[in-house]
Design a protein around this ligand. Structure first.
Ligand SMILES: [Zn+2]
Ligand SMILES: [Zn+2]
Length: 793
């Protein structure tokens, strides 16, 4: 009986104890880590476990976490068989909001300083850059310098210096004052090195994170402090203003100095004006005659600033990470915290799987298929969908039931010449009223169209003509763009998606000003920016190359090839620069909105900027009108971006598909938008009407096309003119007498006389320097030669 009671009590007690032990109010997501590279597929989430007072729960073990913690990734439980929870020890990570100022006494014995140097190395390795500052004192106090992984080795020799004096009070005083923006009373009395100045970064960091500042002092007790203007009294009086927690590591192996001891005890346990201890500013005073334990004490302090737990899990084979991932933590079935991180990027999905030759072949075959489908889609839109909509809108607007009006004589159909009866369907587009069936029988146009009628025609799909060669030729610019997109994507994949890592690092270093957020987002940003630059280069190059190659009408000799290549390289560089600027905007935006992940809209400016700049670069030395390039570029960039960021191919086999679609859709869209002017120009000829050259047909679209070769035909007597009138015997023809070109605003061909005597349609003399629109069949006379302007199919 007693035994049973005792047992019950024990069970009760233990359950109470467990309950107390697991006062878990919040699971805080502090950071994440994952690495690119074949075979790397684990993600670490760094967690802090907080109790109801907001302090870290010290009595929760990794085992407890394993039992009670469940983390959801995008709403799905991360199964316990693929996760691993670890309590963190030193050598792991320190949050970026901590600031360590380390002050080293140069009178510490040589081997001691060597060990301090090594131990600080561990701190540097586990802290983000710009967290650790180092200074020395001895004959003078040196300024605090930031120590990073890169410059750490440069500090070694600084530790090896020795000193004869020990300006101890001034050193402590000035390092304490460095955390405060207000000037301390005795700052100017400190014996400092020649070019000493306060490190303003420390002040800035301390202002943002008030409770995460640590001053570590390494000193020893053999050499006694100098007599200074500042003494024990001034230092302890400053206590009330102390911002950082002070941790003093006091080596007593070679002797003890009472003044040093008292001062260190004072600053590590600061008191307010009433003499009560400032708990939240309390550090620790750790004397030891053993150098090793001095360093162990230091490591304890460092460890205290670290994250508590690492929750590591493997990515499953069927998931691709390409952007924001949302996490939710549950403790014993109750929600205890959320976090969002960017893992991978849509430009460069994570993880990277090893591809066998077979996998690659399949991948490129699928890509080819997707490209062909995209061509089909564009064809359907341009050749079927848009005409169909136009046809439908026309029918709704102009097909009407005939209603005779009183006192108006009966009307006859212009096509079949029969009377139109009330209620019959007629077409009211032009004044030549026709039956709908007659209209359609006449090929969806007015019977007078082309002679007395300029407006009576309806867009329609001619199914018989749809799949002919000429119909496909209308789409050739679009197809060129799509193929250029495919080619760019293949090169992008083969290059490993990002090849400008060091350039990307400099951009991110320059433009990412939010320090606290940077530690989490830095690598993701660099990956993304590097991918941006690669996309800019590759897409810029191949789009320009293929468009220009396709539209160069002249005979291609090596000079022409070289020019195309040079201009394409220029486009590549422009594309890259545009993306570099876009990346800078991305970093600034990210810093400003202060998220733990990269939202989609931060990438948007980069894509728009790229597209605008690339379109403009395509107008260089070509006749693509700027307006059409801009509008086309913007539209296709927007559509491509929507597809890129909102298509979710969550199967790991097709993680690359979003980028491929963006490339081919962007290329196709750009091609489609550049085609309009060119298509009009293809139909233009000049036919000579009289003289020895009568009947000769000059295909002026050769010079007046939308892309490549210029948009101008000049007519005159010299050889510099495209049409040299060397047959003309009169002396009435000027060196350059007239120009023909396409007016981009109206997308119509025009003539502009440069000299007098251009006779238009045998009647009017055209004014010099003014443009006149040319219509099919118009004639103009220069000298004695009459040209007829013809549009032909
Ligand atoms: Zn009729
Ligand atoms: Zn008509």
């Amino acid at each position: 009986m007693i035994m049973r009671r005792f047992l019950t009590l024990m069970v009760f007690l233990s359950s109470v104890l467990t309950l107390c032990a697991q006062d878990v109010k919040e699971i805080q997501f502090s950071d994440k880590k994952y690495e690119y590279g074949v075979g790397k597929d684990s993600i670490s989430l760094f967690l802090k476990v907080l109790d109801s007072d907001g302090n870290r729960s010290t009595d929760v073990t990794a085992n407890d976490l394993d039992k009670y913690l469940v983390i959801y990734e995008d709403g799905k439980i991360i199964a316990s068989d693929r996760r691993n929870i670890q309590e963190l020890s030193s050598g792991q990570r320190i949050p970026s909001d901590f600031t360590f100022s380390v002050l080293v006494d140069l009178s510490i014995p040589e081997e001691g300083k060597d060990q301090i140097y090594e131990t600080i190395g561990n701190l540097i390795a586990s802290a983000p850059d710009s967290c650790v500052y180092l200074s020395f004192f001895g004959d003078e106090v040196t300024r605090s310098e930031v120590v990073t992984r890169q410059n750490y080795a440069d500090f070694r020799s600084r530790f090896q210096r020795s000193s004869d004096n020990k300006f101890f009070y001034g050193a402590i005083y000035s390092k304490l004052a460095e955390f405060s923006s207000t000037k301390a009373a005795f700052e100017d009395s400190v014996k400092v090195e020649a070019d000493y100045r306060k490190n303003v970064d420390i002040i800035d960091r301390a202002r943002i994170n008030k409770d995460k500042n640590i001053l570590c002092v390494f000193t020893e007790g053999n050499i006694r402090p100098e007599d200074e203007a500042i003494s024990f009294v001034e230092v302890t009086e400053y206590e009330a203003n102390v911002v950082p927690k002070v941790y003093a590591f006091y080596y007593t192996g070679n002797g003890i100095d009472e003044n040093v001891e008292l001062t260190l005890q004072g600053v590590t346990t600061p008191r307010d004006a009433d003499g009560s201890i400032l708990r939240e500013r309390q550090g620790a005073y750790s004397p030891s005659e053993n150098l090793r334990s001095v360093l162990i004490n230091f490591e304890e302090v460092v460890k205290d600033a670290m994250y508590d737990y690492a929750f590591t899990y493997r990515a499953t084979d069927d998931k691709v990470y390409a952007g924001r991932v949302d996490y939710k933590a549950e403790w014993k079935g109750e929600d205890r915290g959320t976090g969002s991180y960017s893992i991978g990027a849509v430009e460069n999905p994570w993880p990277v799987h090893e591809e066998s030759a077979g996998d690659s072949v399949i991948k490129y075959l699928v890509a080819l298929l997707v490209t062909l489908l995209t061509i089909g889609l564009f064809f359907a839109v341009v050749k079927i969908l848009i005409p169909l909509i136009k046809q439908r809108r026309f029918s709704m607007k102009y097909y009407k039931k005939y209603e005779p009006v009183a006192n108006v004589q009966r009307r006859t159909c212009y096509f079949c010449k029969q009377e139109i009866l009330p209620g019959q369907l007629i077409v009211t587009k032009c004044k030549h009223i026709m039956h709908v069936h007659c209209w359609q029988q006449n090929g969806y146009k007015c019977s007078e169209y082309g002679q007395n009628c300029k407006t009576g025609i309806q867009d329609h799909i001619d199914w018989n003509e749809l799949f002919t060669k000429s119909s496909l030729r209308d789409c050739y610019q679009t197809i060129t763009g799509i193929l250029a997109g495919l080619l760019s994507w293949i090169v992008y994949e083969l290059l490993g998606r990002s090849i400008f890592t060091s350039l990307a690092e400099s951009i991110v270093n320059m433009c990412f000003f939010n320090e606290a957020q940077r530690v989490n987002l830095y690598e993701t940003c660099v990956t993304k920016v590097s991918a941006f630059l690669t996309i800019g280069f590759v897409l810029g190059f191949f789009l320009s190359l293929m468009f220009r190659f396709n539209d160069e009408y002249r005979d291609k000799n090596w000079k022409v090839y070289l020019k195309i290549l040079g201009l394409s390289l220029l486009s590549a560089v422009i594309g890259m620069l545009a993306f570099a600027l876009g990346a800078a905007i991305l970093c600034v935006l990210l810093s400003a909105i202060n998220t733990t992940y990269i939202p989609w809209y931060c990438s948007f400016p980069a894509y728009l900027l790229f597209s605008v700049c690339l379109s403009l670069s395509l107008t260089i030395k070509s006749s693509i009108p700027m307006k059409s390039a801009l509008i086309g570029g913007l539209c296709s960039a927007v559509i491509g971006f929507i597809v890129l960021y909102f298509s979710s191919f969550s199967s790991s086999k097709y993680g690359w598909m979003s980028m491929l679609l963006d490339f081919v859709i962007y290329g196709g869209g750009l091609g489609a938008s550049l085609v309009t002017v060119r298509m009009l120009a293809e139909k233009y000829f000049l036919v000579i009407q009289n003289g020895i050259k009568a009947g000769q047909r000059i295909p002026i679209h050769k010079w007046m096309n939308a892309t490549g070769g210029g948009n101008k035909v000049s007519i005159g007597i010299t050889g510099e003119c495209e049409i040299q009138m060397n047959w003309e015997k009169s002396n009435k023809v000027a060196k350059e007498h007239a120009q023909l070109f396409i007016d981009h605003a109206k997308t119509l061909p025009v003539i502009k006389p440069l000299a007098t005597g251009v006779i238009y349609n045998t009647r009017v003399e055209l004014p010099v320097g003014k443009t006149t629109i040319l219509s099919n069949g118009d004639t103009f006379k220069i000298g004695d030669t009459i040209f007829q302007y013809m549009e032909m199919d």
